[in-house]
Every structure is written in structure tokens, then in C-alpha cells.
Design a protein around this ligand. Structure first.
Ligand SMILES: NC(=O)c1ccc[n+]([C@@H]2O[C@H](COP(=O)([O-])OP(=O)(O)OC[C@H]3O[C@@H](n4cnc5c(N)ncnc54)[C@H](OP(=O)(O)O)[C@@H]3O)[C@@H](O)[C@H]2O)c1
Length: 283
């Protein structure tokens, strides 16, 4: 299906790892807009429907996606907010699921000020967890208590008791410190490596008495449609607040990138994409 893209996300990984893209590649993964051509096999949303999509090539006025990679967006949800959801929302949702039930458990989220972090805090709280949100400064923690964090800490030395689950976004020394905070039987989901620092585990630091501690990688972007539908539903009924911290025209994308890499955005950056001749679909 072909989508007229009105808004797209700018994600940390997309800009940090630009060098891995081939020259001329259309960048971006999160798009929201209107269907201008339905899928040839007759499945999926029809022409004129508001949709959000996850897949390569999102920073474009028009982009093609498989029908397994889209969700329809109800009129009550802002399309720009929908565009902020896919990559970070799917990541937070799937890593939480992989960690198992969190009701009554202590869940540590590192890099909680960012896009994945702000979604993870809310979803873990919705699941009944006690959420400890770790951020780089008190200022970067703004709004996290309102999103459901029971504690907001600056640095992991401030975490008083062991935790059952870690959603880890920073890598390096944070990953090692978070592992040390994990209870026997607990699970650490290694999501990202924003610090770009090596992680050094001292001898025997992986050893733990009792049930095994687990460290899992994450990188599963398959069949995103059903999870996108779940996230859109949660956002539409206000169960999660979509954390858009920066929004502006795609002609200002350099500002969004600088702010994202400079750790100045609380949550997500969303670019608005103007349409040629105003577009074919009236939004
Ligand atoms: N595995 C996957 O499939 C997957 C999917 C999505 C994202 N990711 C990765 O997960 C991480 C988080 O993604 P995101 O979209 O939430 O990014 P984000 O919005 O930029 O948030 C990342 C947070 O990390 C902290 N940070 C940034 N640069 C840092 C540095 N040099 N040293 C220490 N802390 C730093 C910042 O928090 P403070 O300013 O509060 O310190 C920032 O808020 C990224 O590494 C991303 O590539 C992986």
C-alpha cells in the first residue's frame, strides 16, 4: 500500500547509525498519513484512511509499506502523535513482554528520558510494576512521575534495592551496573547502547547464587501491525501519553537531530512533511 506521509519520527538509532545506510537510501522507519493506494491484494486499509506504519523509507512524501506493518488511526488520535509510536512503542512493548509479568515487580528503565524510555515507563506501570526511571539529570527526568514512574533516579547508585526487570537503553557502565542490581531470577533486556561505551564486567560478576539471571538482546521488527494496533489503541484511549518533545518541518530536521543527539528532547522528535500541491488527500 502507498501512504501519503504527513508526519514521521526521528529516532536515535536512525541518526546515530547513518553510516550503515547505503548512499541514496530513504531514511526513517515511522510514518503516519493517509492511504493513497490500497494493497493490490485487497487487504488492509482503504484509500483515504488515516494510518501509521513501521518500515524503512518513512522520511518521504510517499512511502510504500506492507499491510502487515500498518494500523489505522482513529480520528481522536493526532497523526503526529501516531507517528511517534512505532519504533519506540514496539520496542518497549516487546521487551516488556519478553521480561514476563511485571505486576508487583521492580522494573528499572535506563535512558528513561528518551523515546523508548518514556513508553517503557508507562507500559511497565500499566502492567502493575513499580517503575524506577533512570535519567542523566533531574531536568531530564521531567514528567516521568506523571507518566507512572514510582522513582526517578539520576544514576544507578541511587537505586536502593535490587530489581526484577531491567529495560536497558544505554549500554556501557550502565549495563554493568544494572546487571549488578538484578535479582537472581531477574531478566535484563538489552535494548540499546546510547552511551557508545564498552561494558566491562569484572571477573565473576556474571555469577549469581540461586535462579539464573538472564540478559537478552532485542531486535525483533517482524510483523509489527498487531502491536501497532495495540499501541494506537492505548494512545487513543489515553492509557499511554505519546511523548512528543520536538515537532517541526522536515526542513528543520538538522535541529531535531542535533537536539536528539545532544540529549535535549524529552521523548520523541517528529517531523512534519509538507505535501506537493497540498497533497491528494485532505487531512
Ligand atoms: N534494539 C532495538 O531494536 C532498538 C529499538 C529502539 C531503540 N534502540 C536503541 O535504544 C536506545 C534508546 O533509544 P531512544 O529512541 O529512546 O533514544 P533517545 O530518545 O535518544 O533516548 C536515549 C537516552 O539515552 C541517554 N543518552 C543519550 N546519549 C547518551 C550518551 N552518550 N551517554 C549516556 N546516555 C546517553 C539520554 O538520556 P539522559 O539525557 O537522561 O542521560 C537519552 O534520553 C538507543 O541506543 C537506540 O539506538 C534499539
Amino acid at each position: 500500500m502507498l501512504i501519503e506521509v504527513h508526519h514521521a519520527s526521528v529516532n536515535f538509532g536512525e541518526v546515530r547509525y547513518l553510516g550503515f545506510q547505503r548512499a541514496g537510501a530513504v531514511l526513517g522507519y515511522d510514518a503516519a498519513g493517509y492511504v493513497v493506494r490500497a494493497a493490490a491484494d485487497g487487504t488492509g486499509p482503504t484509500v483515504g484512511e488515516r494510518v501509521v506504519a513501521f518500515g524503512a523509507g518513512a522520511w518521504a512524501q510517499r512511502a510504500a509499506f506492507g499491510t502487515d506493518s500498518v494500523a489505522t488511526v482513529p480520528a481522536e488520535l493526532d497523526l503526529a502523535a501516531a507517528a511517534a509510536l512505532p519504533l519506540v512503542g514496539i520496542t518497549a512493548l516487546r521487551t516488556l513482554r519478553a521480561a514476563g509479568p511485571v505486576a508487583g515487580r521492580r522494573v528499572l528503565v535506563t535512558g528513561a528520558s528518551g523515546g523508548v524510555g518514556r513508553l517503557a515507563v508507562q507500559l511497565a506501570r500499566l502492567g502493575g510494576g513499580h517503575v524506577i526511571a533512570s535519567v542523566g539529570s533531574a531536568q531530564r527526568g521531567a514528567g516521568l512521575r506523571e507518566l507512572g514512574a514510582g522513582e526517578v533516579v539520576v544514576g544507578l547508585d541511587a537505586v536502593g534495592e535490587p530489581v526484577d526487570v531491567v529495560l536497558e537503553c544505554l549500554g556501557g557502565a550502565h549495563l554493568v551496573a544494572a546487571w549488578n542490581l538484578l535479582r537472581p531470577g531477574g531478566t535484563l533486556q538489552s535494548i540499546g547502547w546510547a552511551s557508545n561505551e564498552p561494558a566491562v564486567f569484572p571477573p565473576n560478576s556474571i555469577f549469581a547464587l540461586g535462579p539464573a539471571k538472564t540478559l537478552q538482546s532485542f531486535g525483533d521488527a517482524t510483523n509489527p501491525g498487531p502491536d501497532l494496533t495495540t499501541l494506537v489503541g492505548l494512545a487513543t484511549r489515553g492509557a499511554v501519553c505519546v511523548p512528543v518533545g520536538w515537532q517541526g518541518s522536515w526542513t528543520r530536521i538538522h535541529e531535531a537531530i542535533d537536539a536528539l543527539l545532544g540529549r535535549q528532547i524529552l521523548g520523541k522528535a517528529v517531523i512534519d512533511i509538507p505535501q506537493v500541491n497540498g497533497g491528494t488527500v485532505v487531512g
